[in-house]
Design a protein around this ligand. Structure first.
Ligand code: MN
Length: 253
């Protein structure tokens, strides 16, 4: 083969390689279409994501054994059972988790409980970080908190009261309503503010929730839910929560 022909052959092979690369890139984009912001999603998929820290990282607020059981047993079961229910009920594979929650009245209780359980816990893990004293929200989030509740202290007090008022198992949430209003919402069991079946007062975009199921705190705090919730503020991941707020507002523009 002449040098020139070898050169042309290399050019052709390169061209094919670039073409294949582009095809792979396109395939990757379409696979993840459901996480595209045009679909109004916030990025939680159907798989359980790795915990972003070790089981003991949130001590002394949440002990390692509670974290391990909570993540590896309770939350893992929601994820597994959600996929099982989706297969049984032939849910369209392209649907986003958020759409599924919005249209949850179309599905069984099993799917509802586990879709909520999965989403709620995926959000819960990302909204926590290792403890620090004087852990407080900043920026746009703090502005909206002040605007909606008067002060950060008043907001915390309302969230604490809301957490204590949940009867039995459930969650208390900070929810964005519209583009610029925050409200505190309670849901029972694994219901979630994105679920279409909830009342208008409960619905909105969840910025973070505090899990007040006993499985979230009972090993360390026994019946002392108030102490768990008061301590929880030391591990709130305010940077993530503010970023989540800002991204959501940008998607609404
Ligand atoms: Mn839980």
């Amino acid at each position: 083969m002449s040098k020139r022909r070898t050169f042309i052959k290399h050019l052709l092979l390169q061209g094919i390689a670039i073409g294949v690369g582009t095809k792979l890139a396109e395939a990757a984009v379409s696979t993840f279409h459901r996480f595209d912001k045009s679909d109004n999603t916030d990025g939680f998929g159907f798989d359980q994501q790795p915990l972003p820290y070790s089981f003991n990282a949130l001590e002394p607020v949440i002990d390692a054994q509670t974290m391990e059981l909570h993540y590896s047993k309770h939350a893992a079961a929601y994820c597994k059972n959600l996929k099982e229910a989706m297969a049984n009920e032939k849910v369209n594979a392209d649907v986003s988790l958020e759409t599924l929650l919005a249209e949850i009245d179309k599905y069984s209780d099993k799917l509802k409980n586990n879709a909520g359980g999965h989403y709620n816990h995926e959000l819960f893990w990302t909204c926590m970080r290792p403890a620090s004293e004087n852990n407080s929200p900043n920026g746009n989030l703090l502005n909206l908190i002040n605007h909606s509740f008067g002060s950060e202290a008043a907001f915390r007090q309302k969230m604490n009261q809301s957490a204590l008022a949940v009867f039995g198992s459930g969650w208390t949430w900070l929810v964005l309503e519209g583009k610029d209003k925050l409200k505190i919402v309670q849901t029972k069991n694994q219901e979630n503010p994105l679920m279409g079946i909830l009342s208008d007062e409960q619905k909105g975009f969840p910025l973070f929730g505090i899990d007040v199921w006993e499985h979230a705190y009972y090993l360390k705090y026994q019946n002392r839910r108030a102490e768990y919730v008061t301590n929880w503020w030391k591990i709130a991941h305010w940077d993530y929560i503010e970023n989540r707020l800002n991204q959501k507002i940008n998607r609404l523009k």
